[in-house]
Design a protein around this ligand. Structure first.
Ligand SMILES: NC(=O)c1ccc[n+]([C@@H]2O[C@H](COP(=O)([O-])OP(=O)(O)OC[C@H]3O[C@@H](n4cnc5c(N)ncnc54)[C@H](O)[C@@H]3O)[C@@H](O)[C@H]2O)c1
Length: 436
């Protein structure tokens, strides 16, 4: 009991109502101590004020951009801006300055590298989502870094980020490839398609329409907009009002949204309907990719057949041909006519098929893979489920040929040979080495 009394005795000095406490006159030592603690308190206060002014006087004075000015978030800060500017710098006066959205994606990587190689300024943007293996996206990012292309990590729905990019760089063109791809995944995660393909696209167009100068936009639509259309080959004039999947519906919506922004704000917009693109650094969710993986592992692969044992066929298009089409679309894009959100005259609005015009049955794709991999596939043939896939695709490319000079040159066997070579190299454990 006496021990407890000693332990708490110092507490007896404290008044029951702090503030009314009047201590005895302090000794010189106590006065010195008080002076030091006051000094410390004032120093802290001044340091806090200085820090506050430093943060709020950085470009863009919202709390989040202040944080970014310190480089503590995924974007922002002086070093970040330097990288953005350096990556966007073109080598010659005639070159383009292009913002490539979805740059860590399959097509985005190839297009960015091709643009950079010919001397254009290129800045990438990608949110590195987890739809498929992010290691592959990071490996593509490394490839782009080596080529001098910086990928800003962010979402096309982030208006302040896009605004910031347009404040730092006067983009002449936007190559918009960021999207939620894949037909079947739409049944699992429909919201992701609305988020990226509709809301994100609108957000991007909003920022582009207000930019001064407005950029010209080239973006990826899809052959899937032809949906249940049965007239072959698919022509841009054919009906596209019967989408078979939510993915297709969001791409079709994108085409209508593009029309609106062209009509109201004078944005120059070109849509490209890609037909089943394949090649090195491809997408693991696509049949040619996971067939290769499963054949090598000795796992059975499922091949779908159309009703009445009908053939399922695709107009497989090699990535290099698609890249040529994208670059030609950028080069022939006319300038937008508006500025600062106001239309000054009619602007260009185009839509092109980019396919191979040589559809082949999926069974033929498997036979080529068996030959290249020197492994017999364990084929399992099942009726095609109603999950958004269509029976066949076949592009009429006469319009792209006339206006873009587009002429695909790679047949499926040649293209798959290049894919398989890349695949074996990439997955042989030498991921760090460039397989380009
Ligand atoms: N590959 C094909 O066969 C094919 C066919 C038709 C159309 N397309 C279209 O071409 C474009 C490129 O396709 P891909 O095969 O390279 O696909 P991909 O999935 O490899 O590339 C898309 C990239 O966009 C990014 N992304 C997605 N949503 C985003 C968002 N909200 N903000 C920022 N980044 C985002 C992803 O992380 C990904 O890296 C897509 O628009 C796709 O719909 C592709």
């Amino acid at each position: 009991m006496s021990q407890l009394k000693t332990a708490v005795s110092h507490l007896d000095d404290l008044p029951s109502t702090p503030g009314k406490f009047k201590p005895d006159k302090p000794t010189p030592y106590v006065q010195r101590m008080r002076f030091h603690s006051k000094l410390t308190l004032w120093s802290c206060f001044v340091a806090f004020i200085l820090l506050f002014f430093f943060l709020t006087s950085s470009p863009g004075s919202t709390p989040s951009s202040s944080r970014r000015a310190l480089g503590s978030d995924t974007w922002g800060g002086r070093e970040w801006e330097r990288r953005v500017s350096r990556s966007s710098r073109k080598r010659s006066d005639g070159g383009l300055t292009v913002l490539v959205t979805g740059a860590a994606g399959f097509v985005g990587t190839h297009v960015s590298i091709a643009l950079k190689r010919r001397g254009d300024g290129v800045l990438g943007l990608d949110n590195f989502n987890h739809y498929y293996d992010t290691n592959l996206k990071r490996a593509r990012q490394k490839l782009l870094e080596r080529a001098g292309v910086f990928i800003v990590e962010g979402d096309i729905n982030d208006a302040s980020l896009l605004q910031k990019l347009f404040d730092v760089v006067a983009f002449t063109h936007v190559m918009h490839l960021a999207a939620q791809a894949g037909v079947r995944y739409a049944m699992q995660n429909p919201g992701s398609y609305v988020h990226s393909n509709i809301a994100g696209f609108v957000n991007l167009l909003e920022v582009c329409k207000s930019a001064n100068p407005q950029p010209s936009i080239v973006w990826a639509s899809s052959s899937s907009v032809y949906g249940l259309n049965s007239k072959v080959p698919f022509s841009e004039k054919d009906r596209t009002d019967q989408p078979a999947s939510l993915y297709a519906a969001t791409k079709k919506a994108g085409e209508e949204i593009a029309h609106t922004y062209n009509h109201i704000y004078g944005l120059s917009i070109t849509g490209l309907r890609f037909f089943t693109v394949y090649g090195p650094w491809g997408r693991p969710d696509m049949a040619y990719f996971f067939f290769t993986k499963d054949i090598l592992k000795g796992k059975p692969i499922t091949i779908f057949e159309a009703p009445d044992h009908g053939t399922v066929a695709r107009d497989f298009t090699y990535i290099d041909d698609i890249v040529k089409g994208c670059l030609a679309a950028l080069d022939t894009a006319k300038k937008s006519t508006g500025s600062g959100g106001k239309k000054k005259g009619p602007a260009q609005l185009r839509i092109f098929n980019l396919g191979n015009t040589a559809p082949l049955p999926v069974t033929e794709l498997v036979s080529i893979l068996e030959k290249l991999l020197k492994v017999k596939a364990k084929r399992q043939v099942l009726p095609m489920p109603r999950n958004g896939d269509v029976k066949f695709t076949h592009a009429n490319i006469s319009s792209a040929h006339t206006e873009l000079g587009y002429r695909p040159t790679t047949d499926l066997e040649t293209g798959l040979k290049k894919f398989v070579r890349w695949y074996l190299h990439y997955y042989s454990g030498e991921k760090k080495k460039s397989a380009w």
